[in-house]
Design a protein around this ligand. Structure first.
Ligand SMILES: NC(=O)c1ccc[n+]([C@@H]2O[C@H](COP(=O)([O-])OP(=O)(O)OC[C@H]3O[C@@H](n4cnc5c(N)ncnc54)[C@H](O)[C@@H]3O)[C@@H](O)[C@H]2O)c1
Length: 362
């Protein structure tokens, strides 16, 4: 008998996803789930996360959420791409082999272009090169194989554009010169972001538990200061707070002590729960939605589909300025939160552009 206190197992039925595929290759230990949320705007693009999930249910929940997020991110970024994502269940340090990745590639190929994969947590460009030996529908490849390389370069550039738009919206001026900006997490994205901010004359404060990352950045940019941890950073007098580490940076505790008037950073899923945005609004803090400002990376890998051209991809990532400004203005005009405004704009594009396929073309 089922224990009534046990939460129901997640199911793809009842969600709004188009297609969810379980892939199994016993010999290599491959257990993967590919989820396609929407192909209204084109083939679904999203990375493959290789992670030791505690259960299949946890993996399914994650891939359903992540693929939906990609559909919204790609739609708002103006890409002709739908949203999908994949997870491989297991510890990449022990399970990842050439054979497993190539087996996975054959399953991606079997979707015949409905899903394009890319890197995510636990997968890297050389892995994409292996997958691509069995499959045509792969981005995020190494530069030697025509890929875009490290996507954090344009992710950081896009966050910088989002920050300029937020400054324009709030202070009537795009300039960040003289603004005090706190960056939490100076990994791949955060360190590039710090470069843009210092170049513009901002007063940058950083924190990262990984001491070598802090030391390297301080050596490159002697003007920046470092504080002990994120808790100390958000209590510093700041104009802008840029979460560039893990999700959930904006929670019931942090939102109460935040001094910054703008939050704009690269981290995915910054809001710990939906109620946080209301509290940010009450405190008069402008929140630039995470998936709006961190789309530079997907813009970068999507460019590979046309044969990668960095300048063209950078030009496209510049549009994050206009998109962010549009989201903030729409939110203000409608009296809604920026996240809701972003969601509505993404949904409208999926609906309006997606329905054009109804017009038959021979
Ligand atoms: N890399 C991309 O192109 C990309 C694209 C979109 C979104 N993102 C998101 O941006 C964020 C950063 O990505 P990344 O590629 O730079 O990751 P990364 O792993 O290279 O860097 C994250 C950094 O955060 C630090 N960190 C961990 N816990 C911290 C804490 N409590 N306080 C402060 N710093 C902490 C780590 O030491 C590390 O240096 C992630 O949330 C990621 O999902 C990245």
């Amino acid at each position: 008998m089922t224990d009534p206190s046990t939460p129901p197992a997640p199911s793809a039925f009842g969600s709004h996803h188009e297609q969810v595929v379980f892939c199994h290759d016993e010999a290599t230990g491959l257990k993967a789930i590919i989820a396609i949320y929407s192909t209204a705007l084109g083939p679904a693009l999203g990375g493959t996360r290789f992670y030791p999930y505690a259960s299949e249910a946890a993996a399914l929940t994650d891939v359903l959420n992540l693929s939906q997020g990609m559909a919204y991110k790609n739609a708002l970024a103006g890409l002709d791409l739908g949203g999908g994502k994949a997870v491989i269940i297991g510890d990449p340090r022990t399970l990842k082999t050439e054979a497993l990745l190539r087996a996975y590639g054959r399953f991606v190929q079997s979707l015949n272009g409905r899903y394009f994969t890319a890197c995510d947590v636990g997968t890297f460009s050389p892995d994409m090169d292996l997958i691509a030996r069995e499959c045509e529908f792969v981005t995020g490849r190494t530069v030697e194989h025509g890929g875009a390389g490290d996507s954090s370069v344009l992710t950081a550039f896009g966050v910088y554009q989002g920050m300029r738009a937020s400054a324009q919206h709030l202070w009537g001026d795009t300039s960040l010169a003289g603004r005090r900006i706190g960056v939490a997490g100076v990994g791949k994205v955060g360190r590039h972001l710090v470069g843009h901010l210092v170049d513009e004359g901002a007063d940058v404060v950083i924190t990262d538990p990984y001491e070598p990352a802090v030391a390297a950045l301080a050596a490159t940019y002697p003007s920046i200061t470092a504080v002990a941890d994120t808790d100390a950073l958000i209590r510093e007098p700041l104009d802008v707070y840029a979460p560039c580490a893990l999700g959930g940076a904006l929670n019931d505790d942090s939102v109460e002590v935040l001094t910054a008037q703008v939050v704009c950073g690269a981290a995915n899923n910054q809001l710990a729960h939906d109620g946080i945005e209301k509290r940010l609004q009450e405190r008069g803090i402008t929140y630039a939605p995470d998936y709006c400002v961190n789309a530079g990376g997907v813009i970068q890998v999507a460019d590979e589909l046309e044969g990668f051209d960095f300048d063209r991809a950078k030009m496209r990532a510049t549009s994050i300025y206009d998109t962010t400004l549009g989201v903030l203005e729409h939110a203000q005009a409608e009296g809604i939160s920026p996240s809701l405004a972003a969601d509505r704009m993404a949904e409208k594009r999926m609906r309006d552009v997606g329905r054009l396929r109804q017009v038959y073309l021979p």
